[in-house]
Design a protein around this ligand. Structure first.
Ligand code: ATP
Ligand code: MG
Length: 450
């Protein structure tokens, strides 16, 4: 593990402002969006402080291209919206201002300050006129107490996410040894890890995400507190976990993120049943890993990805096992698939929201796995025209990639796609159906009365 300054250092030692002049860092204004520069410049000329902060500064210092630009200021959200016509306040737990420039949105946050975390009053622990609120267990329900730049720095999650760039003086401000951790390639939580995870357990998922995204090590104490605090993730609302799921698995480094989540046993707070299945079943694990790897590859190639596909893969081990159990009990395969899908999604949404626009395609992808077994008849040829065919076919290939023997089904559907409509019809009339259908004993209908 990479050596890093201990994070549980006393607060006074934690905050030591280090100002890095323009000739000692690599950030150039030309790599910052015009929108972000405009927002900072107008805030400054109106007498406020304004800095680029968070992922943008971190990624620019690492020589990368930030995906968005966040700005921190001492102007209140209302003051910011007064300055920009194209802006609005969003959020409740954490109020921020979105300033829009065409398709680009610049996020402007007002410096966060300290609040009374020592209060033992549980839900009563409100300060600053209902601006900050903690649950009995210490979870921050609202965090809208405003403060100074210095206070804002220590309220952030990771040291490498708490670097500020002043586009007026071109200096970088570092209060929490962020630059040192960036050089050491270390993800390190700011302050006492247990306290910071208790305030917001999602920070544990963010540690996983940034360790994966940046390919950084996790500082020892930052890592050591995770097993002690992991259970707190059970308190996070399902909707927030879904937002976090998108960032974890649809940002181009899902495979590595999965490895981290498995190493720290955090996947079970997002998908408990999946986590159980893949612990016991190497093929189920291989399928989920393959789904993550393929998603990363598609993102790297600029191809579109949908949460439905990755969710379908994550829940497939659960669905497949349940479907097999029902078939064993005598249910017809498609009915069993339907029931298994219903129950897997029903269980999953107790932990993580799955909007209907994703759960519906997931069911279709799963049900298609049975329909793709059919290689004969006009209906088989017509499957290719179905809007869900492509995803279902990719899913079939994924199952094969994970080591499942489907009897060459993937190859068959690959070949048939290159044929003309007539050739397809010929192929399905000569193919033999490889489904093992349960034999039905037909009861003859009595002849209708004359
Ligand atoms: P990305 O490249 O994924 O956008 P980011 O660091 O910009 O990375 P965001 O989720 O956009 O991440 O958050 C912006 C900044 O807000 C972070 O860099 C961090 O300083 C702060 N932040 C975000 N979430 C939290 C949190 N849960 N607790 C404390 N600070 C946070
Ligand atoms: Mg960001």
């Amino acid at each position: 593990m990479v050596d890093c300054a201990p994070v549980s250092r006393p607060q006074q030692a934690l905050i030591r402002l280090n100002i890095i002049p323009r000739d000692e860092h690599c950030i150039s204004r030309k790599n910052i969006s015009d929108g972000a520069l405009k927002v900072m410049s107008r805030l400054r000329s109106s007498g406020y402080q304004a800095y680029l902060v968070g992922g943008a500064v971190r990624d620019l210092l690492l020589g990368g291209h930030p995906k968005d630009f966040d700005i921190a200021t001492d102007a209140t959200p209302e003051a910011v919206t007064d300055l920009f016509r194209n802006s609005r306040i969003i959020g409740r737990r954490f109020r921020i201002v979105h300033v829009r420039f065409g398709r680009e949105i610049i996020e402007v946050t007002t410096f966060r300050g300290h609040h009374d975390s020592g209060d033992s009053g549980g839900d009563q622990s409100e300060t600053g006129g209902n601006h900050s609120r903690q649950s009995a267990s210490g979870l921050l329900l609202r965090d809208n107490v405003y403060g100074t730049l210095e206070e804002d720095a220590v309220r952030r999650d990771l040291t490498v996410n708490a670097l500020y760039y002043d586009s007026g003086t071109f200096e970088v401000y570092d209060h929490v040894h962020g630059l040192q951790d960036l050089k050491n390639r270390t993800v390190c939580i700011i302050g006492d890890p247990e306290q910071r995870y208790t305030e917001d357990p999602v920070r544990m998922l963010r540690v996983m995400r940034f360790a994966a995204k940046l390919d950084f090590s996790i500082e020892q104490q930052t890592a050591a507190a995770i097993p002690r605090c992991a259970h707190l993730l059970g308190e996070i609302p399902a909707a927030r976990l879904f937002d976090e799921f998108l960032k974890l698995f649809l940002a181009g480094y899902a495979a590595s993120t999965l490895e981290h989540l498995l190493e720290y046993d955090l996947l079970r707070y997002l998908f408990p049943e999946t986590s159980r299945c893949i612990r016991d079943d190497a093929r189920a694990l291989a399928l989920v890993q393959a789904a993550m790897g393929n998603t990363d590859q598609r993102i790297a190639q600029g191809k579109p990805v949908t949460p439905a596909f990755i969710l379908a893969a994550l829940l497939w081990p659960v669905v497949e096992a349940q479907q097999a159990r029902l078939v064993e009990r005598g249910e017809p395969a498609m009915v069993a698939m339907h029931t298994a899908a219903q129950s897997a999604i029903g269980d999953a949404v107790n932990h993580i929201s799955i909007p209907r626009r994703f759960s519906q395609p997931m069911r279709e992808i799963w049900e298609f796995q049975l329909r793709l077994q059919r290689r004969t008849g006009r209906k088989a040829a017509e499957l290719i025209e179905h809007r869900r065919f492509r995803a279902a076919y990719d899913f079939l290939l994924l199952r094969e990639q994970a080591g499942e023997d489907t009897g060459g089904l993937g190859q068959w559907w690959t070949e048939i796609q290159d044929l003309t409509a007539d050739q397809r019809l010929e192929k399905v009339s000569t193919s033999h159906d490889n489904r093992k259908r349960p034999r039905r004993t037909r009861t003859r209908r009595p002849n209708p009365a004359p």
